[in-house]
Design a protein around this ligand. Structure first.
Ligand code: SF4
Length: 388
């Protein structure tokens, strides 16, 4: 670049920055310190995103109509359900919960077993237990009313920093900046944050906070969520439809798909075990309830071995719940939990009508399966065990 060209470019940048500073109703984001950001003539502002949101906001079952007051119960329920799950998967569960327990007090007064049953299939069952504990706390300690600040919400069971910020912003229009995986992706691209996750989380949160406006912070939070979910996708983001396409530094560089940077994760070591699908001649299935504590606590399962690293299938039948003619079903069931992958061999047997259930187990009819709190891994096991 020649000296004259350099001066021209600097002047242009100064003018652009002054213009943007003068009109911005929200604070300008601080440039990231990594030294990798190129100067841009445009900066990401809340007003640009809000204007886009006003035209393109998603209609979601839990989202209040434009101008209507959001219901904190609806916001909280949807935020808990949406963790690690998609809008499509959550929608029917959300409707069922709301029609069975229309208020947080109704949910707080419900039996945990009923909550787990209605939750079954949505995964990450600790969330259902926390959901129930939280509703109970609101009912018993807060008169059935949600605290309306981030700090107050953080004292409730199962409500972490993200959920507290999301509820405070969306339900109470507090100036709070929820940052989930989608928003992390947007921010890391707009500012080309070179630091890898998870170390970059505080930096990304701080950058999100610099963008959050004092006016309409709830709409801003939802606009960020919509942008991350519909436009700024992990692969092939639709940058030409993005309201921040000009200021987005990663887009300018053409390497947006490489953000957010991530530290490679060491995968948990695979565990193995076996499950026993026992059918009685009168069409009943043998099941039991898992212990009160630990993984999938209080959920329903078919009997099985422990899930361990050094599983030896040769001795599996020592753990069979009944003496029977066992048939090893071809193939295995694979399932991935948050911390480890699991592989289960499935054994099937049929026993005569009148066979009594071993201690701690019970028989259920097949049409009762949907009413039980079977986690997804057990639904896979039963389906696999039925294979001919
Ligand atoms: S321009 Fe593209 S990469 Fe940047 S925030 Fe928008 S959609 Fe994401």
């Amino acid at each position: 670049m020649t000296l004259a060209n350099g001066r021209q470019r600097k002047n242009k940048l100064d003018v652009a920055h002054k213009r943007i500073s003068a009109r911005a109703s929200t604070p300008l984001p601080t440039p990231p310190p990594q030294g990798g950001r190129e100067q841009s003539e445009s900066v990401a502002t809340a007003s640009t995103l809000l204007a886009w949101y006003d035209r393109h906001r998603r209609r979601l079952p839990w989202r209040a109509e434009n101008g209507a007051r959001p219901d904190p119960y609806a916001v909280w329920l949807s935020e808990i359900m949406l963790q690690q799950t998609t809008v499509k998967a959550v929608a029917p569960y959300y409707e069922r919960f709301l029609s069975r327990w229309p208020t947080v007090s109704d949910l707080g007064a419900a039996m945990l077993e009923d909550v787990l049953k209605l939750w079954a299939g949505l995964g990450y069952y600790a969330r259902a237990r926390n959901l129930h504990a939280c509703a109970r706390t609101i009912l018993e300690n807060h008169g059935g009313v949600f605290p309306d600040t981030e700090e107050g919400l953080l004292t409730l069971p199962g409500i972490g920093p993200y959920t507290a910020a999301a509820i405070a912003a969306i339900a109470f229009d507090r100036k709070a900046s929820p940052v989930d995986g989608n928003i992390e992706r947007v921010i890391s691209r707009v500012f080309a944050v070179e630091e890898a996750l998870p170390g970059a989380k505080p930096r990304i949160k701080a950058l999100a906070a610099t963008l959050t406006p004092a006016s309409r912070p709830g709409d801003f939070a939802q606009a960020m969520m919509d942008l991350g979910a519909t436009i700024c996708s992990p692969k092939k983001p639709a940058c030409s439809f993005c309201p921040w396409t000009e200021p987005c530094v990663a887009r300018q560089r053409g390497n947006q798909e490489t953000f957010p940077r991530k530290t490679p994760k060491a995968e948990g070591k695979k565990r193995r075990g076996a499950a026993f699908v026992v059918m009685r001649a009168d069409g009943k299935l043998l099941i039991r309830t898992r212990p009160d504590k630990g993984l999938l606590a209080k959920m329903t399962e078919v009997p099985g071995t422990e899930w361990v690293h050094g599983f030896d299938e040769k001795t599996t039948l020592n753990d069979a719940p009944l003496k029977a003619k066992w048939h090893r079903v071809v193939g295995v069931v694979n399932h991935v939990f948050t911390h480890f992958p699991l592989e289960l061999a499935v054994y099937r047997a049929q026993v005569p009508k009148g066979t009594r259930a071993p201690k701690g187990m019970r028989w259920i009819a097949f049409d009762e399966i949907d009413g039980e709190a079977f986690p997804n891994v057990m639904r896979k096991v039963i389906a696999h065990g039925m294979k001919v």
